[in-house]
Design a protein around this ligand. Structure first.
Ligand code: BGC
Length: 376
Protein backbone atom coordinates (compact mmCIF):
# COMPACT_ATOMS: atom_id res chain seq x y z
CA UNK A 1 0.00 0.00 0.00
CA UNK A 2 2.81 2.40 1.02
CA UNK A 3 4.52 1.65 -2.26
CA UNK A 4 1.29 2.51 -4.20
CA UNK A 5 0.89 5.85 -2.40
CA UNK A 6 4.52 6.64 -3.11
CA UNK A 7 4.03 5.87 -6.85
CA UNK A 8 0.88 7.99 -6.92
CA UNK A 9 2.75 10.92 -5.40
CA UNK A 10 5.54 10.63 -7.95
CA UNK A 11 2.99 10.45 -10.80
CA UNK A 12 1.06 13.53 -9.58
CA UNK A 13 4.31 15.47 -9.19
CA UNK A 14 5.29 14.47 -12.75
CA UNK A 15 1.89 15.45 -14.18
CA UNK A 16 1.90 18.76 -12.31
CA UNK A 17 5.34 19.75 -13.55
CA UNK A 18 4.48 18.73 -17.17
CA UNK A 19 1.35 20.82 -17.07
CA UNK A 20 3.22 23.72 -15.56
CA UNK A 21 5.97 23.46 -18.17
CA UNK A 22 3.52 23.37 -21.03
CA UNK A 23 1.85 26.52 -19.69
CA UNK A 24 5.27 28.13 -19.44
CA UNK A 25 6.16 27.02 -22.98
CA UNK A 26 2.91 28.35 -24.36
CA UNK A 27 3.56 31.63 -22.60
CA UNK A 28 7.09 31.73 -23.97
CA UNK A 29 5.83 31.16 -27.51
CA UNK A 30 2.93 33.60 -27.37
CA UNK A 31 5.03 36.18 -25.53
CA UNK A 32 7.39 36.29 -28.45
CA UNK A 33 4.86 37.60 -30.98
CA UNK A 34 3.50 41.04 -30.32
CA UNK A 35 1.67 43.90 -31.97
CA UNK A 36 2.05 47.31 -30.38
CA UNK A 37 0.31 50.45 -31.58
CA UNK A 38 0.86 54.18 -31.37
CA UNK A 39 -0.95 57.23 -32.77
CA UNK A 40 0.53 58.47 -36.05
CA UNK A 41 -1.63 61.52 -36.78
CA UNK A 42 -5.01 62.40 -38.24
CA UNK A 43 -6.07 62.29 -41.89
CA UNK A 44 -9.47 63.60 -43.02
CA UNK A 45 -10.73 63.43 -39.42
CA UNK A 46 -9.70 59.81 -39.06
CA UNK A 47 -7.08 58.57 -36.65
CA UNK A 48 -3.99 57.08 -38.21
CA UNK A 49 -2.26 54.42 -36.11
CA UNK A 50 1.11 52.77 -36.49
CA UNK A 51 1.14 49.05 -35.69
CA UNK A 52 4.43 47.28 -35.02
CA UNK A 53 4.54 43.52 -35.45
CA UNK A 54 7.43 41.70 -33.75
CA UNK A 55 8.27 38.03 -34.28
CA UNK A 56 10.16 35.59 -32.03
CA UNK A 57 13.48 36.57 -33.67
CA UNK A 58 13.00 40.25 -32.95
CA UNK A 59 12.26 41.14 -36.58
CA UNK A 60 9.84 44.06 -36.75
CA UNK A 61 7.45 45.39 -39.37
CA UNK A 62 5.58 48.66 -38.82
CA UNK A 63 2.46 49.48 -40.79
CA UNK A 64 0.16 52.51 -40.70
CA UNK A 65 -3.49 52.31 -41.66
CA UNK A 66 -3.05 55.37 -43.95
CA UNK A 67 -2.57 53.67 -47.32
CA UNK A 68 -1.86 50.36 -45.56
CA UNK A 69 1.72 51.61 -45.68
CA UNK A 70 4.71 49.62 -44.48
CA UNK A 71 6.81 52.29 -42.76
CA UNK A 72 9.66 50.17 -41.36
CA UNK A 73 11.08 46.66 -41.73
CA UNK A 74 13.84 45.87 -39.24
CA UNK A 75 15.86 42.77 -40.06
CA UNK A 76 19.28 41.52 -38.90
CA UNK A 77 22.40 41.62 -41.06
CA UNK A 78 25.07 38.89 -41.09
CA UNK A 79 26.48 40.27 -37.78
CA UNK A 80 22.98 40.25 -36.23
CA UNK A 81 22.82 44.05 -36.35
CA UNK A 82 19.26 45.21 -37.01
CA UNK A 83 18.67 47.66 -39.85
CA UNK A 84 15.66 49.25 -41.50
CA UNK A 85 15.45 47.99 -45.09
CA UNK A 86 12.63 50.13 -46.48
CA UNK A 87 12.38 53.81 -47.35
CA UNK A 88 9.82 55.93 -45.52
CA UNK A 89 9.14 58.86 -43.24
CA UNK A 90 9.06 59.44 -39.47
CA UNK A 91 5.72 61.23 -39.54
CA UNK A 92 2.38 61.24 -41.34
CA UNK A 93 3.28 64.64 -42.83
CA UNK A 94 6.06 62.91 -44.76
CA UNK A 95 3.62 60.46 -46.31
CA UNK A 96 1.07 63.21 -47.08
CA UNK A 97 3.53 65.46 -48.88
CA UNK A 98 3.15 65.96 -52.61
CA UNK A 99 5.77 63.90 -54.35
CA UNK A 100 5.67 60.96 -51.93
CA UNK A 101 6.43 58.31 -54.56
CA UNK A 102 4.17 55.62 -53.07
CA UNK A 103 6.62 54.63 -50.29
CA UNK A 104 5.56 51.27 -48.80
CA UNK A 105 1.85 51.64 -49.56
CA UNK A 106 -0.88 49.38 -50.87
CA UNK A 107 -1.66 50.19 -54.48
CA UNK A 108 -5.12 49.92 -56.06
CA UNK A 109 -7.67 49.65 -57.51
CA UNK A 110 -5.31 49.09 -60.44
CA UNK A 111 -1.54 48.99 -59.87
CA UNK A 112 0.65 50.54 -62.57
CA UNK A 113 -0.63 52.22 -65.75
CA UNK A 114 -3.87 52.22 -67.72
CA UNK A 115 -3.40 53.76 -71.15
CA UNK A 116 -5.05 57.21 -71.27
CA UNK A 117 -7.10 56.10 -68.24
CA UNK A 118 -9.62 54.45 -70.57
CA UNK A 119 -11.11 50.99 -70.85
CA UNK A 120 -14.34 49.44 -72.09
CA UNK A 121 -16.20 46.89 -70.00
CA UNK A 122 -19.54 45.28 -70.89
CA UNK A 123 -19.88 47.87 -73.71
CA UNK A 124 -19.49 50.80 -71.32
CA UNK A 125 -16.54 53.17 -71.80
CA UNK A 126 -14.88 54.28 -68.57
CA UNK A 127 -12.61 57.28 -68.08
CA UNK A 128 -10.34 57.39 -65.02
CA UNK A 129 -8.57 60.49 -63.67
CA UNK A 130 -5.19 61.02 -65.36
CA UNK A 131 -2.16 61.47 -63.13
CA UNK A 132 0.84 60.34 -65.17
CA UNK A 133 1.55 62.10 -68.50
CA UNK A 134 -2.00 61.58 -69.76
CA UNK A 135 -2.29 58.05 -68.31
CA UNK A 136 -3.61 56.67 -65.03
CA UNK A 137 -1.00 55.38 -62.58
CA UNK A 138 -1.64 53.32 -59.43
CA UNK A 139 -5.41 53.75 -59.26
CA UNK A 140 -5.69 57.48 -60.06
CA UNK A 141 -5.24 60.72 -58.14
CA UNK A 142 -6.56 59.24 -54.91
CA UNK A 143 -5.83 55.55 -54.97
CA UNK A 144 -5.83 53.02 -52.14
CA UNK A 145 -2.50 54.50 -50.97
CA UNK A 146 -4.24 57.75 -49.99
CA UNK A 147 -7.15 56.46 -47.91
CA UNK A 148 -7.51 55.29 -44.32
CA UNK A 149 -8.02 51.53 -43.96
CA UNK A 150 -9.81 49.83 -41.04
CA UNK A 151 -7.24 47.88 -39.06
CA UNK A 152 -7.81 44.81 -36.89
CA UNK A 153 -5.14 42.91 -35.00
CA UNK A 154 -5.73 39.22 -35.56
CA UNK A 155 -5.44 36.77 -32.69
CA UNK A 156 -1.99 35.26 -32.46
CA UNK A 157 -0.49 38.73 -32.78
CA UNK A 158 1.43 38.01 -35.94
CA UNK A 159 -1.12 39.46 -38.38
CA UNK A 160 -2.73 42.79 -39.05
CA UNK A 161 -5.87 42.86 -41.17
CA UNK A 162 -6.74 45.94 -43.19
CA UNK A 163 -10.05 46.45 -44.96
CA UNK A 164 -11.31 49.14 -47.30
CA UNK A 165 -14.48 49.50 -49.35
CA UNK A 166 -13.97 51.40 -52.57
CA UNK A 167 -17.31 52.83 -53.67
CA UNK A 168 -18.92 52.36 -57.08
CA UNK A 169 -17.52 55.17 -59.25
CA UNK A 170 -14.57 55.94 -56.95
CA UNK A 171 -11.70 57.18 -59.16
CA UNK A 172 -13.93 56.29 -62.11
CA UNK A 173 -14.00 52.51 -61.51
CA UNK A 174 -17.28 50.55 -61.60
CA UNK A 175 -18.61 48.56 -58.66
CA UNK A 176 -18.36 48.61 -54.90
CA UNK A 177 -15.10 46.77 -54.25
CA UNK A 178 -14.52 45.25 -50.81
CA UNK A 179 -10.82 44.78 -50.24
CA UNK A 180 -9.05 42.88 -47.48
CA UNK A 181 -5.30 42.76 -47.00
CA UNK A 182 -3.66 40.71 -44.26
CA UNK A 183 -0.05 41.44 -43.36
CA UNK A 184 1.58 38.55 -41.46
CA UNK A 185 5.06 38.48 -39.97
CA UNK A 186 6.11 34.84 -39.89
CA UNK A 187 8.58 32.98 -37.67
CA UNK A 188 10.97 32.58 -40.62
CA UNK A 189 11.38 36.37 -41.02
CA UNK A 190 8.95 36.78 -43.88
CA UNK A 191 6.36 39.45 -44.45
CA UNK A 192 3.39 37.75 -46.07
CA UNK A 193 0.73 39.87 -47.76
CA UNK A 194 -2.58 38.19 -48.58
CA UNK A 195 -4.99 40.17 -50.76
CA UNK A 196 -8.67 39.43 -51.37
CA UNK A 197 -11.44 41.46 -52.99
CA UNK A 198 -15.04 41.08 -54.11
CA UNK A 199 -17.22 43.33 -56.23
CA UNK A 200 -20.85 43.91 -57.17
CA UNK A 201 -20.06 45.00 -60.77
CA UNK A 202 -17.35 43.82 -63.16
CA UNK A 203 -14.22 45.91 -62.57
CA UNK A 204 -10.47 45.84 -63.22
CA UNK A 205 -8.47 44.94 -60.10
CA UNK A 206 -4.70 44.76 -59.67
CA UNK A 207 -3.44 45.13 -56.11
CA UNK A 208 0.15 45.31 -54.97
CA UNK A 209 2.49 46.73 -52.37
CA UNK A 210 5.01 49.45 -53.15
CA UNK A 211 7.85 48.95 -50.63
CA UNK A 212 11.15 50.56 -51.61
CA UNK A 213 13.86 48.15 -50.44
CA UNK A 214 17.49 48.96 -49.71
CA UNK A 215 18.94 45.91 -47.97
CA UNK A 216 21.94 47.83 -46.63
CA UNK A 217 19.68 49.37 -43.97
CA UNK A 218 20.97 52.89 -44.51
CA UNK A 219 24.63 51.99 -45.09
CA UNK A 220 24.63 52.37 -48.87
CA UNK A 221 22.97 55.34 -50.59
CA UNK A 222 21.95 53.24 -53.61
CA UNK A 223 20.97 49.69 -54.52
CA UNK A 224 23.33 49.60 -57.51
CA UNK A 225 25.47 46.84 -55.97
CA UNK A 226 22.49 44.68 -54.97
CA UNK A 227 22.49 41.39 -56.89
CA UNK A 228 19.12 40.70 -58.48
CA UNK A 229 17.71 37.44 -59.83
CA UNK A 230 14.32 37.41 -61.57
CA UNK A 231 12.92 34.13 -62.80
CA UNK A 232 11.48 35.49 -66.03
CA UNK A 233 12.38 34.79 -69.65
CA UNK A 234 10.22 37.63 -71.00
CA UNK A 235 9.11 41.13 -70.11
CA UNK A 236 6.37 43.46 -71.32
CA UNK A 237 7.85 45.96 -73.80
CA UNK A 238 6.72 49.56 -73.23
CA UNK A 239 6.55 52.84 -75.14
CA UNK A 240 8.20 56.08 -74.00
CA UNK A 241 5.41 56.66 -71.42
CA UNK A 242 5.81 53.13 -70.02
CA UNK A 243 2.58 51.85 -71.59
CA UNK A 244 2.89 48.22 -72.80
CA UNK A 245 3.03 47.75 -76.57
CA UNK A 246 1.61 44.23 -76.22
CA UNK A 247 4.92 42.61 -77.22
CA UNK A 248 6.68 40.22 -74.85
CA UNK A 249 10.35 40.19 -75.90
CA UNK A 250 12.83 37.57 -74.65
CA UNK A 251 15.25 38.83 -72.00
CA UNK A 252 18.06 36.60 -73.28
CA UNK A 253 21.04 38.58 -74.48
CA UNK A 254 19.55 41.90 -73.30
CA UNK A 255 20.08 44.10 -70.19
CA UNK A 256 16.70 42.79 -69.00
CA UNK A 257 18.15 39.33 -68.35
CA UNK A 258 18.26 38.68 -64.59
CA UNK A 259 17.75 34.92 -64.88
CA UNK A 260 21.18 34.06 -63.48
CA UNK A 261 21.59 37.01 -61.13
CA UNK A 262 23.65 40.15 -61.64
CA UNK A 263 24.18 43.48 -59.94
CA UNK A 264 21.73 46.28 -60.75
CA UNK A 265 24.62 48.45 -61.97
CA UNK A 266 25.91 45.91 -64.50
CA UNK A 267 23.61 46.85 -67.37
CA UNK A 268 21.45 49.69 -66.03
CA UNK A 269 23.20 52.32 -68.16
CA UNK A 270 21.87 50.55 -71.30
CA UNK A 271 18.26 50.87 -70.13
CA UNK A 272 16.90 54.34 -70.84
CA UNK A 273 15.79 55.89 -67.55
CA UNK A 274 16.70 52.75 -65.55
CA UNK A 275 14.66 49.62 -64.85
CA UNK A 276 10.92 50.24 -64.58
CA UNK A 277 9.38 47.25 -66.33
CA UNK A 278 7.08 44.32 -65.77
CA UNK A 279 8.74 40.91 -66.02
CA UNK A 280 6.62 37.97 -67.21
CA UNK A 281 7.36 35.45 -64.48
CA UNK A 282 8.26 31.85 -65.35
CA UNK A 283 5.62 30.20 -63.25
CA UNK A 284 4.53 26.58 -63.25
CA UNK A 285 1.01 27.37 -62.02
CA UNK A 286 -1.09 29.90 -60.19
CA UNK A 287 0.29 29.14 -56.72
CA UNK A 288 2.94 30.77 -54.58
CA UNK A 289 6.37 30.37 -56.22
CA UNK A 290 9.82 31.85 -55.74
CA UNK A 291 10.15 34.50 -58.46
CA UNK A 292 12.99 36.81 -57.42
CA UNK A 293 15.96 37.16 -55.10
CA UNK A 294 17.87 40.26 -54.00
CA UNK A 295 21.24 40.05 -52.22
CA UNK A 296 23.40 42.71 -50.61
CA UNK A 297 26.92 41.30 -50.11
CA UNK A 298 28.02 44.16 -47.80
CA UNK A 299 25.47 43.29 -45.10
CA UNK A 300 24.73 39.70 -46.15
CA UNK A 301 21.00 40.46 -46.27
CA UNK A 302 19.03 38.39 -48.74
CA UNK A 303 15.44 38.87 -49.83
CA UNK A 304 13.38 36.20 -51.57
CA UNK A 305 10.12 37.15 -53.27
CA UNK A 306 7.40 34.55 -53.65
CA UNK A 307 4.10 35.27 -55.31
CA UNK A 308 1.04 33.82 -56.95
CA UNK A 309 0.95 36.72 -59.43
CA UNK A 310 2.05 36.43 -63.10
CA UNK A 311 4.13 39.66 -63.21
CA UNK A 312 6.74 41.63 -61.31
CA UNK A 313 7.39 45.36 -61.72
CA UNK A 314 11.07 45.81 -60.98
CA UNK A 315 11.62 49.54 -60.49
CA UNK A 316 15.03 50.96 -59.52
CA UNK A 317 13.88 54.26 -57.96
CA UNK A 318 14.77 56.19 -61.13
CA UNK A 319 12.61 59.18 -60.24
CA UNK A 320 14.05 59.71 -56.74
CA UNK A 321 16.04 62.94 -56.93
CA UNK A 322 17.29 63.82 -53.41
CA UNK A 323 14.40 66.24 -52.79
CA UNK A 324 12.84 63.87 -50.23
CA UNK A 325 14.28 63.61 -46.76
CA UNK A 326 13.18 60.44 -45.06
CA UNK A 327 13.38 58.86 -41.63
CA UNK A 328 16.73 58.89 -39.84
CA UNK A 329 17.59 61.99 -41.92
CA UNK A 330 18.24 59.78 -44.95
CA UNK A 331 18.22 61.67 -48.25
CA UNK A 332 16.68 59.65 -51.04
CA UNK A 333 18.63 60.09 -54.26
CA UNK A 334 18.32 58.30 -57.59
CA UNK A 335 18.40 54.49 -57.16
CA UNK A 336 18.23 54.78 -53.35
CA UNK A 337 15.98 51.72 -53.36
CA UNK A 338 14.23 49.20 -55.56
CA UNK A 339 10.61 48.08 -55.75
CA UNK A 340 9.42 44.55 -56.39
CA UNK A 341 5.73 44.97 -57.17
CA UNK A 342 4.06 41.63 -57.73
CA UNK A 343 1.12 42.18 -60.05
CA UNK A 344 -0.91 41.47 -63.17
CA UNK A 345 0.52 43.23 -66.21
CA UNK A 346 0.21 47.00 -66.69
CA UNK A 347 -2.69 48.16 -68.87
CA UNK A 348 -4.32 44.71 -68.57
CA UNK A 349 -7.87 46.00 -69.26
CA UNK A 350 -6.77 47.16 -72.75
CA UNK A 351 -4.57 44.19 -73.64
CA UNK A 352 -6.66 41.12 -74.52
CA UNK A 353 -3.58 38.88 -74.76
CA UNK A 354 -2.49 39.63 -71.15
CA UNK A 355 -3.75 37.60 -68.14
CA UNK A 356 -7.29 38.63 -67.17
CA UNK A 357 -7.63 41.53 -64.71
CA UNK A 358 -11.42 41.79 -64.64
CA UNK A 359 -13.14 40.70 -61.44
CA UNK A 360 -16.82 39.81 -61.73
CA UNK A 361 -19.57 39.67 -59.09
CA UNK A 362 -19.52 36.27 -57.38
CA UNK A 363 -15.77 35.83 -57.90
CA UNK A 364 -13.03 36.46 -55.35
CA UNK A 365 -9.82 38.20 -56.30
CA UNK A 366 -7.07 36.50 -54.32
CA UNK A 367 -3.32 36.42 -54.23
CA UNK A 368 -0.45 36.20 -51.78
CA UNK A 369 3.05 37.63 -51.91
CA UNK A 370 5.86 36.84 -49.50
CA UNK A 371 9.00 38.90 -48.87
CA UNK A 372 11.33 36.54 -46.98
CA UNK A 373 14.51 37.89 -45.35
CA UNK A 374 17.62 35.93 -44.42
CA UNK A 375 21.41 36.38 -44.34
CA UNK A 376 24.17 34.56 -46.18
C1 BGC B 1 6.13 52.72 -61.54
C2 BGC B 1 7.03 53.89 -61.77
C3 BGC B 1 6.57 55.01 -60.90
C4 BGC B 1 6.59 54.55 -59.48
C5 BGC B 1 5.95 55.57 -58.59
C6 BGC B 1 6.26 52.31 -60.12
O1 BGC B 1 5.41 51.26 -59.86
O2 BGC B 1 6.41 51.67 -62.40
O3 BGC B 1 7.02 54.31 -63.12
O4 BGC B 1 7.33 56.15 -61.04
O5 BGC B 1 5.85 53.37 -59.32
O6 BGC B 1 6.76 55.95 -57.63
Amino acid sequence: MKKQIFLLLILSFFLFSCNNNSTKNEEATTMKYSITEKPFGIFENEAVTQYTLTNPNGMQVSIINYGGTVTNILTPDKDKVMGDVVLGFDSLAGYLQKGNPYFGCLVGRYGNRINKGKFVLDNIAYQLPLNDHGNTLHGGVKGFDKVVWQATKLSGDSSLQLTYTSKDGEQGFPGNLKVKVVYTLTADNALQIAYTATTDKATPVNLTNHCYFNLSGGKEPTILSHVVTIHADKYTAVDSLLIPTGKLPDVKGTPMDFTTGKSVEKDIASVKGGYDHNWVLNKAGKGLELVANIYDAATGRNLEVLTAEPGLQFYTGNFLDSTLKGKNNWVYGKHAALCLETQHFPDGPNQPSFPNTILKPGETYQHTTVYRFSVK
